[in-house]
Design a protein around this ligand. Structure first.
Ligand code: GLA
Length: 616
């Protein structure tokens, strides 16, 4: 018998659980799919929860973008806003970055996240993907799917579906007993994500649906799509609820949903109440008053809502995604503040108050006092104490592999970080044009250790002049990746060099390739003796009396990655719009802290720890 808690067993018995199952070992067999009011059901154009009318007032909060010791704080702020539900994606690559056993511990303990939401009084909607978009690297898919850079994705492909089935077999059983059909908080799950914006392979959607059902997910399933007939038709199944995702005035999108699905509840499963930023573009916000007015229109129409996002977060480390549009490759910034009602660092913004006032007309707001902004650290300027050049540390950081031609990092089993390619060019004289094909990012070019140029994927025809003299020259290409594309047709976005390196018309062969995942920096030989030029690691000590939220700025620096006490905070880049990186209180230690900065170009004369965020 499933280890039911007495409360759950009774509640399931009382409300007539939608199904009764037994678990033998860890495989659960659903004995009966008895129809009952347990969990979230649909009666005409309204939702019922355990048989009673229920309007979903939900907000998106991504456990993988907020320190786990802040989960409860943020969930309580969502409750205070007037929400009754929290929605989260599950990021597959957060749990299984390498093709090894999936991790569900600590920050990855998604079950603990669900239980915390339940304790705070929130129902839960889970969107397990397997693809989630979300401005997250590769839309949540693990990089190892790109070992073959042209691997079929998000369709009825045996290899892709084998990988998804294995992942779902690890993930979904953890949710089964947490479903509302069994007295738990999970009221619904999504199949795929806006599939109609990518493909129309219904066999693939049916495979996902059937796999979820076979794994014991017997609650309400839905498909969310953009608000057009084409997207809704291609991206949903007739037996599953269809919902729409949009920003702004709901009139048009809801008319499209009504036209497609006239007799079911209206549910905006992503109300884009803010937006995200790409490096080098203007910071995107939405007007709080207009947002509140659009929310009121939805509530007036009797609709359910999921605010995307309710709580901002952070693309820590290498997790930010990217887009591909008419303006080329657009890498997403580290902050996922999203101009949310509850900011990346937990602040209740003007948008929070305006939306809460509107929600208060349709639901009973908790009468608990509103929580203050989490404590912030006093500002200080930090000096860099020691440095070491990256190019002088290659053999500390990596062991080279040899390949005839350059290959992308995923082909070498690498998911994150930089990748370095070296070859020797002999017997040529004079100046030649160096060109690359299949560059996923930016590449710094060195000839005999001297920086001679930069390649950028957004200038594919760019050539770098190489002057060759003497017997032979050493050519280095240091690729500095930003995110894998997370939306649309460019989804197969391998990192590094997956094409050719040409000197005039001659393809260069015989390469030493060094993977630089940068997940262990302890071997670096820092010194205070000299300040290296070019890509280098810089170390600073930061004294902290009382750990609190801090915001790091790099005035005069250009582009790089930052580690706080060994934790990769994320990328910074002088082209903005993001200025500060969020460093949550739980990552700081009382007393001495260590900051390591990998700067690719030029250093400023110090690092600012600020007491307020600046995301543009
Ligand atoms: C779509 C996706 C989300 C997110 C938003 C934009 O609706 O489903 O994951 O990418 O766009 O923030």
């Amino acid at each position: 018998m499933t280890p039911f808690s007495r409360r759950r067993f009774l509640s399931a018995a009382v409300v007539g659980a939608a199904s009764v199952g037994v678990t033998v070992g860890n495989s659960r067999t659903v004995l009966a799919q008895a129809e009952g009011p347990g969990g979230l059901t649909i009666r005409g154009k309204e939702f019922l929860l355990d048989g009673k009318p229920f309007r979903i007032l939900s907000g998106a909060f991504h456990y993988f973008r907020t320190h786990p010791q802040d989960w409860r704080d943020r969930l309580m702020r969502m409750r205070a806003m007037g929400l009754n539900t929290v929605e989260t994606y599950v990021a597959w690559n957060f749990h299984q970055p390498d093709e090894k056993e999936a991790d569900f511990t600590g920050w990855r303990d998604v079950v603990a996240f669900v239980r915390t939401a339940d304790e705070v009084g929130l129902k839960v909607i889970v969107r397990p993907g397997p693809y989630i978009c979300a401005e997250w690297d590769f839309g949540g898919l693990p990089a190892w799917l790109l070992k073959d850079k042209d691997a079929p994705l998000r369709r009825s492909d045996p290899a892709f579906e084998r990988a998804v089935d294995a992942w779902f077999a690890e993930l979904l059983p953890r949710f089964v007993d947490l479903q509302a059909t069994r007295g738990g908080p999970i009221i619904a799950m999504q199949v795929e994500n806006e599939y109609g914006s990518y493909g129309d392979d219904h066999a693939y959607l049916e495979h996902l649906r059937d796999t979820m059902r076979a794994q014991g997910i017997d609650g309400l399933l839905f498909c969310s799509n953009g608000a057009t007939q084409e997207a809704l038709k291609a991206g949903s199944l007739p037996d599953l609820l269809s919902t729409v995702n949009f920003g702004g005035d709901p009139t048009g999108p809801f008319a499209e949903l009504r036209a497609f699905q006239p007799d079911k509840p209206l549910f905006c499963t992503e109300f884009w109440d803010g937006w995200f930023d790409h490096w080098g573009e203007r910071h995107r916000t939405t007007d709080p008053a207009q947002t509140a007015a659009d929310v009121e229109k939805m509530l007036e129409a009797g609709a359910s809502i999921n605010f995307y996002m309710a709580v901002g977060g952070t693309n820590f480390g290498w997790s930010a995604g990217a887009n591909l549009s008419g303006s080329g490759y657009q890498p997403t910034v580290t902050s996922y503040d999203y101009d949310s009602p509850i900011s990346e660092s937990g602040e209740l913004t003007e948008k929070f108050h305006k939306v809460r006032d509107v929600l208060g007309k349709y639901t009973t707001l908790p009468n608990t006092p509103l929580p203050a902004t989490p404590h912030r650290m006093p500002a200080q300027r930090v000096a860099v104490g020691e440095s070491v050049a990256l190019m002088a540390s290659l053999d500390v950081l990596s062991t080279p592999v040899r390949r005839t031609a350059p290959v992308h990092m995923e082909a070498l089993g690498q998911a994150q970080g930089l990748i370095h390619y070296r070859t020797r060019v002999g017997g040529q004289q004079g100046t030649k044009g160096l060109r690359l094909t299949g560059l996923g990012d930016r590449a710094l070019v060195f000839s005999d250790g001297k920086r001679i140029g930069t390649f950028d994927r957004n200038q594919p025809d760019h050539a770098v002049d190489v002057t060759l003299a003497g017997e032979s020259s050493t050519l280095d290409l240091l690729v500095d990746p930003t995110g894998r594309i997370n939306f649309g047709e460019g989804l197969n976005d391998p990192k590094g060099i997956s094409g050719k390196v040409l000197l005039d018309e001659q393809e260069l062969h015989d390469w030493e390739i060094r993977r630089l995942p940068l997940d262990h920096l302890s071997g670096l030989k820092f010194t205070s003796e000299d300040t290296p030029t070019g890509p280098a690691f810089h170390r600073a000590r930061v004294h902290v009396d009382t750990p609190a939220d801090g915001f790091l700025a790099f005035p005069g620096w250009d582009k790089g990655m930052v580690w706080l006490n060994g934790f990769a905070l994320g990328r910074y880049w002088s082209i903005g719009p993001q200025i500060t990186l969020y460093a949550p209180s739980h990552l700081w230690r009382q007393g001495q802290n260590e900051l390591v900065v990998l700067e690719m170009e030029r250093t400023g004369d110090g690092i600012d720890v600020r007491s307020a965020p600046d995301v543009g």
